[in-house]
Design a protein around this ligand. Structure first.
Ligand code: GUN
Ligand code: ZN
Length: 425
């Protein structure tokens, strides 16, 4: 058993922030898996009394908080972050597809996977649902590195058998055989999880989408990961390719790709019928505001998503997104909230932004009670934050009157300098 004394931020089952200015987090290793879990947490005096012999590491003036969860990111796009284009489809053609073609080389894939995980950890991200490429070698590179670091990570082979250049396009039947083999190799190996990953409707044939849906039914605790209704030209293209469907979301529903643990990036140009279907099927949205602002895709409608009880959490969407930092993603989410409801705007509470990147993301991913809250029984992935990492942040935090003000100061002014340490279960 080991205990950590610091300021302590956790989330309860209602998604409310719980904060102890002098807190104690007690963790213990599971004898079978070796994974460290939270056994007790709360105010230092009360918790220490319950564990009189535990060894305590003290981090004065630091905040222990749940590791951040990135619900949507592309590791093979690490090197094309910040590549400007006139919208999604030109960006895919000019930068993304050529960059991803290189991942047939296992040495290159392993090198980029290393850079990617090091960057995630520098930014305090301890779990991510990640795109790879169509090449099985890119999937092995991803999981090999995640396993070495002991991280809880999800990913899978990208499926795209049409409207894709040579070198990246896969072949329908083989793509499904490869996906199942990789799934059997990696799913539930330690902390790893497999995601069935059709890139998006325009780059998969109906046969490939049908096969993906069949795999998803046969392996119901895997993830499904794709893109949905990001950009107006994309939505128009989908309606041309699938003229019989009511909406873009309807394509995925028709092929059995909506269920618990199905995660769709963006979900911007939806209507209320789509939102009702997402709510009823438990499919989740990965909200990626830095990407949506960078590519000019539009604004996620938080108010409508909340009204229909759509599950969602935050994602960086690097390389369309412009930062791996959870602080940048939370701040961009706040900006987008101001554009909601025909620009009347909502002002999203700082603790709600933080929840959407930790416990709320875990819940949307079907990992409630596993990660993201630091409640007893959850895995002990956490960050140690220095809330005074820069002079201006220190001034602002000293003047904070309450928890919300302190969290907002860190969201607005914080960056990787705030992330002093990352502890993996
Ligand atoms: N839609 C299909 N592929 C992609 C991608 O790589 N990035 C983003 N942002 N949208 C996509
Ligand atoms: Zn994406």
């Amino acid at each position: 058993m080991q205990a950590y004394r610091a300021q302590l931020l956790r989330f309860n089952a209602q998604g409310e922030a719980q904060y102890d200015s002098d807190g104690l987090l007690v963790v213990d290793g599971d004898p079978a898996s070796g994974i460290q879990r939270v056994v007790d947490a709360g105010p230092y005096r009360a918790v220490a009394q319950r564990h009189p012999r535990v060894s305590v590491i003290h981090w004065p003036n630091r905040i222990v908080a749940p590791g951040f969860i990135d619900m949507h990111v592309h590791y093979p796009q690490t090197d094309i972050i910040g590549s400007p284009a006139n919208g999604l489809l030109p960006w895919l053609e000019k930068y993304t597809f050529p960059a991803e073609t290189r991942f047939c080389d296992p040495a290159y894939a392993a090198e980029v996977a290393g850079v990617f995980f090091d960057e995630l950890l520098r930014q305090g991200v301890t779990t991510a649902l990640t795109f790879t490429t169509t090449h099985p070698t890119s999937v092995d590179a991803f999981f090999n590195r995640a396993e070495r670091y002991g991280l809880r990570m999800m990913g899978g082979k990208v499926l795209q058998d049409r409207n894709t250049p040579d070198g990246l396009r896969d072949e329908t039947e083989q793509s499904l055989i490869d996906s199942e083999a990789l799934l059997q190799r990696w799913h539930k190996k330690g902390r790893l999880g497999y995601a069935i990953t059709p890139r998006f409707a325009p780059t998969s044939s109906e046969a490939q989408l049908r096969g993906a849906g069949e795999l998803a039914a046969r392996y119901p605790d895997t993830w499904i990961h794709s893109h949905l209704s990001e950009n107006r030209d994309e939505v128009r293209w989908v309606s041309e390719l699938f003229p019989a469907t009511r909406s873009y979301l309807d394509v995925y529903q028709k092929f059995g790709l909506l269920r618990e643990r199905a995660v769709y990036a963006h979900c911007i140009h939806l209507d209320d019928a789509d939102r009702r279907v997402m709510h009823e099927t438990h499919a989740a949205a990965a909200v990626c505001p830095t990407s949506n602002l960078f590519l000019g895709s539009g604004f996620f409608d938080h108010e409508s998503a909340d009204r229909f009880g759509v599950r969602y959490g935050l994602g960086s969407d690097v390389g369309g997104g412009t930062s791996f930092s959870p602080f940048r993603t939370m701040l961009a989410t706040y900006f987008v909230g101001r554009e909601c409801r025909d620009k009347k705007g909502v002002s999203i509470a700082p603790s709600a932004l933080w929840w959407s990147h930790t416990g709320g993301a875990a819940r949307a991913l079907g990992l409630d009670g596993v990660i993201g809250t630091l409640q007893a029984g959850t895995e002990a992935d956490f960050v140690v934050l220095n809330p005074k990492a820069t002079p201006l942040l220190a001034r602002k935090v000293e003047r904070a009157q309450n928890l919300e003000e302190m969290l907002f100061a860190i969201i607005v002014l914080g960056d990787d300098r705030v992330i002093e340490r990352v502890v993996i279960a």
